[in-house]
Design a protein around this ligand. Sequence first.
Ligand SMILES: Cc1ncc(COP(=O)(O)O)c(C=O)c1O
Length: 388
Amino acid sequence: MAGRNHLFIPGPTNTPHEILSAMHLPMEDHRSPIFPKLFAPILEDLKKVFRTETGQCFVFPATGTAGWEVALTNCLNPGDKVIIYRVGQFAHLWMEMAKRLGFDVEVHEVEWGKGIPVDHLEARLKEDTNHEIKAVLATYNETSTGVTSSIPGIRGALNAANHPALLFVDGVSAIASIEFRMDDWGVDGAISGSQKGFMLPAGLAILAFSQKALKATETSTSRRAFLSLQDQINSNKDGYTPYTPSTPMLHGLRASLDLLLDEGMDNVYARHHRLGEGVRRAVAAWGLKICAEAGVESDTVTAIVVPEDKDARDVISIAFNKYNISLGAGLSILSGKVFRIGHIGDMNDVSLLGAIAGVEMALLDSGINITAGSGVAAALEYYRSTAN
Ligand SMILES: Cc1ncc(COP(=O)(O)O)c(C=O)c1O
């Protein structure tokens, strides 16, 4: 089909030409004296994205899923108790991993569409007077439901209970796009991946750990090999990596950081908020509901609920086959019930208006009763009235 297939899935996201061209270069010697000139400043500049001065950033040749494993196996001891709220499919997968790795996982079910219940967490932490819970695993932006939980709220719960548990945050679909403040929010392990807010292909787990978490690695007896933070620390101190890095991806990450930092992180957050709000207005104008309850709507992805007698998979397949746009599918229990619009990464008003128009056509073709142009009109009015 002529024209571009635009990605309105919440990752991988559209890769800007600055990043694509930065990655298009011959292979390099990663043990050369010039490699640290590329890599060391990347590790420093990542701190500006994670908003940390006291933490340390890491880049593993892996994906976000490996980031979960890095946090669990480097900072905890075998069988340690961790607590997780199952707010959606990605929280579910992290929980499953923690169980598979042999941790004692305390799971609390949350209706999908709601955020992590901070009051419940606070009460549970206060009850845990022996401090058996060693880590709170928090999915900041649950990509399957389009729900953003409050990390400052979770830090507040830990503080109110005066509880020493480590706070690990899955920020895969949040970091480098919506507000994230590692130091201010007292986050001990922050997990991200290259293919979302960083606008790169998948292939890098981009992480940050607090000094408290790094201290815990010194005594942690969990088994780990490839995903060892200590191996990274030993090589990173001289600007190198413990094994062969993907040098094109690092050049891409350099370009990504330049784009993000040139725009300014606060502007990146504000842009994502405007983009998300326009989509929410479009959905309201269609007369449809979103999966997220009021107050926890994500600015990077919106999960839209189709009427009960319709199948969201039809909307997604018509959108792809007939209009050449990619939408996110409903995952797990949400399969067929929702489709998702990703509004993350290299995106602006006009590209998103194209997606909203494409979704309208796919909704109409699926027999869903909306008024043609209603969502586009609502979004464009909002974008027009809030554009700088
Ligand atoms: C919130 C969240 N966590 C973790 C992951 C897993 O990341 P990856 O697919 O890079 O391993 C994803 C992927 O979409 C995600 O959205």
